[in-house]
Design a protein around this ligand. Structure first.
Ligand code: PLP
Length: 442
């Protein structure tokens, strides 16, 4: 490593405050480049990315068309505020409304996922005439790290903040360890949806929105198939806005443009929030997509919000190029096909490796592997949300072998870029099985 790079690496460790970790323990290679599903460190080592970094690099790294679009937009116009029009901003809004079928709706652009959720709730409260209305969210969810988004999240890292920001929490549709005591996935989905109906009824006329991740999530819940459609019926019957947090689940991650689309038109939410895959993480960008009904209610009222960089032209140009790439390269179909292969391989692995308690996902390139000490009793490998030391070691060994896996507690979250090569995917899963078998015998 040359001297300049070596100094930069030391700087990163000593000078930057890093997310979600103990600073003194942070120690990671410096990444200097990427291509497809791989990225490369300063020492010239390559890593196959099995999590799309933070489940965001859906298009792989350095997608040429997105990089080109950013460069071309930068040469034309880097920035103009919302007080003026910007061609890529309007174009991206049009594409999002088209792909989601939110005809007559509008798009509000943010910088990332947390502020998209904050704004979605703000709009739902304004449109419902309940400025302090409750927001129903669930345990084992994640909506971002701003104060309000943390309060709405059912995340162990922000527990204790539940009562703030009008949050009402309900148990999750966690079929493997169902909080309603059933072992039947459909029943668990139905009971979890019913818990939302009960929360809304107990606070009738006081709830502005239900904010839920429809499918994928960092806390490892993949809801049974009856959950989202039931939620839609329950919220519609009570005139409460349903906000789909699609920050992780959209843009092919769950095999569709937006995960709720798998359940058909009747499952359409009133608002949905986006980020991550919106630009394939090439630039930071979030969005709230509002249905025609919500947009109409705001049409003649003052909108009391604003972000300096709302709809930044560079980020929007990246978004336009990203959406074209998903379509032109048929990445949704690819995600469905490779996602099914990955799911089958993981299920086969589960049959061979006793420590694999549960495998969930399978709609698109997203799956969760839950590790247990004992498959019969389902005793977790470590109490949630602790990460078992063996799993830390597994991640380190995989990294040494050139594969990057993401974990959370007892979970391995598999979400590779949609462009991953089939042989790379197969090799990574074979490595995972070898390492899991070693974990068993250690
Ligand atoms: N919502 C979901 C479902 C997420 O997975 C995340 C991030 O992981 C967020 C919101 C927050 O997004 P951001 O980190 O861009 O603020």
């Amino acid at each position: 490593m040359d001297q300049k790079l070596a100094t930069a690496v030391t700087g990163e460790r000593d000078l930057v405050l890093h997310s979600w970790c103990v600073q003194a323990e942070w120690d990671a290679p410096t990444i200097v480049g990427g291509r497809g599903a791989h990225f490369f460190d300063a020492a010239g080592r390559g890593y196959l990315d099995m999590s799309s970094l933070a489940e965001c690099s859906n298009l792989g790294h350095q997608h040429p068309a997105v990089v080109r679009a950013i460069r071309e937009q930068a040469e034309r116009l880097c920035f103009v505020t919302n007080a003026w029009g910007a061609q890529p901003r309007a174009e991206l809004a049009r594409l999002l409304l088209e792909r989601s079928g939110f005809a007559g709706g509008r798009v509000y652009f943010t910088l990332a996922g947390a502020d998209a959720n904050e704004h979605a709730v703000k709009f739902a409260r304004q449109a419902s005439g309940l400025p302090d209305g409750f927001v129903v969210t669930r345990e084992r969810s994640y909506h971002g790290a701003s104060y309000a988004a943390m309060a709405w999240s059912g995340d162990a890292r922000s527990s204790g903040r539940g009562a703030a920001f009008g949050s009402l929490k309900v148990p999750p549709p966690y079929a493997y360890r169902c909080p309603f005591g059933t072992t039947d996935a459909e029943q668990c989905g139905a009971r979890a949806a019913d818990a939302i109906a009960q929360a809304l009824d107990a606070h009738a006329g006081q709830c502005a929105a239900v904010l839920i991740e429809p499918a994928a999530g960092t806390n490892g819940i993949v809801a049974p198939d009856n959950y989202w459609p039931a939620l839609r019926e329950i919220t519609r019957a009570r005139n409460v806005y349903l906000i789909a947090d699609e920050v992780m689940s959209a843009f092919g991650r769950c095999g569709e443009w937006f995960a709720w689309q798998r359940y058909g038109e009747s499952a359409r939410p009133d608002l949905m929030t986006l980020a991550k895959g919106l630009t394939g993480a090439h630039l930071p960008l979030g969005a709230v997509v509002l249905s025609a009904d919500v947009a109409q209610r705001l049409e003649h009222e003052m909108l009391y919000t604003g972000l300096t960089y709302c709809g930044h032209p560079l980020a929007c140009a990246a978004g336009v190029a990203a959406i074209r790439a998903y379509a032109d390269e048929h990445l949704l179909t690819r995600s469905r096909r490779l996602g099914a292969q990955m799911f089958d391989a993981l299920r086969a692995m589960q049959a061979r490796v006793p420590g694999v308690g549960d495998v969930r996902g399978g709609h698109g390139l997203f799956a969760v592997v839950e590790l247990v000490r004992d498959r019969g009793t389902r005793e977790p490998l470590a109490p949630w949300p602790q990460t078992p030391p063996g799993l830390r070691q597994l991640v380190a060994r995989a990294r040494d072998a050139g594969v990057s896996f993401a974990t959370r507690g007892n979970l391995i979250i598999l979400a590779p870029p949609l462009v991953i090569e089939e042989n790379d995917l197969a090799d990574a899963l074979a490595l995972l099985e070898r390492l899991l078998s070693q974990l068993e015998s250690s």
